[in-house]
Design a protein around this ligand. Sequence first.
Ligand code: SER
Length: 313
Amino acid sequence: MSNTKILVTGANGQIGRVLTTALREKYGKETVLATDITKIEGDIEPFEFLDILNTQRLKEIVQDYDITQVYHLAAILSASGEWNPVKTWNINLNGLLSILELAREKQMDRVFFPSTIAVFGNTTPRINTHQDVPLLPTTVYGMSKTSGELWCNYYHLKYGVDARSVRYPGIIGWQSLPAGGTTDYAVEIYHEALKSGKYECFLAENTRLPMMYMNDAIKATIDLMEAPKESLSLHYGYNLAAMSFTPAEIAAEIQKHIPDFKISYKPDFRQEIAASWSETIDDSQARKDWNWKPDFDLASMTVDMLKHLREIL
Ligand code: SER
C-alpha cells in the first residue's frame, strides 16, 4: 500500500462519511483524500471541494495528489433523481466516465463504483434474483447505474482498468442519513422511534426490499477492493445480500425494544419504485469469488442501531 493514494468522491454522503473514516483507519489519514460538493462536518482533512462535473478540477486533484485508487460515490439517488432526470444522468454517468478515463490515462490500480438494486426492473424475477438477469430499470438512477456497470465492464475489457462494483441493497446506519432514496425509510424509522415514538412510512406495509447494515456495506466494499484480481470473475456489479424485510417487519422488530412505537402508512411515488425492485437477492457469486458474508440480520442491526442512536440523539 506504500504508494497508494485513495480518492473518495461523494465523501459527505451517507456511505461516503463512514467509508472515508474506515479507509483512513485502515490505510492512514493522509492516504485518503475526501472530496465532495459540500463540506463535511468535523475533522475531515485532507479534503477538497469537488463538483464531479468539473472535469478540469477532477484532473488537477488526481494529478496533485498522485491518486492511484478511486471510490467514486458521488451520485443522486433513486427518488431525488426522478425530480431532475437529465441532471441525475449527467452526474451519475458522466461523473463515472471522467473517473474511468482518468483511471485509464493514469493507469490507476483500481476503481470502485457503487451500483444498486435499482438496476433491477419490472422484467427482473423478484425473488432470489440471480446475478445475470434482465435489467430494465424504470428510474433514471437505475438507468445510470445499469449503464455505469456496463461502462466499468467495458473499460476492464478494452483497457484493462480494474473497475470493481457491488449492487448495494438499501443501506442502514446510525452515523449518517441518506438523502433522496427509496429505502431511506429504514433509517428514518429508527430516528423517529426514539424521537417521537411514531413513524409515517412512505412505503406500504408489505413492501419487501433487500437491505444491509452499514458495517456490512463497508466490509463488502473494502473486501472487494482488496480481493486478488485473479479471484474476480465480474467487473460489473456483484449482487450483494444481507437481509430483506418489510416496513411492518422492521416496525415489529423495533417494538421489541420500544413497545409503544407506532407505525402508519402513506405510500407515495416511491412505492412504485420499490415495487419494481427485487425482494430477495442471490449473492452466491460474491460469496464464491471474494468470500462475502454479512454479519448483521434485522435483529442484531436493530440492537446496534438503537444503542448508537440513543447515545447520539
Ligand atoms: N438506497 C438506494 C435508493 O433508495 C438504492 O440504491 O435510492
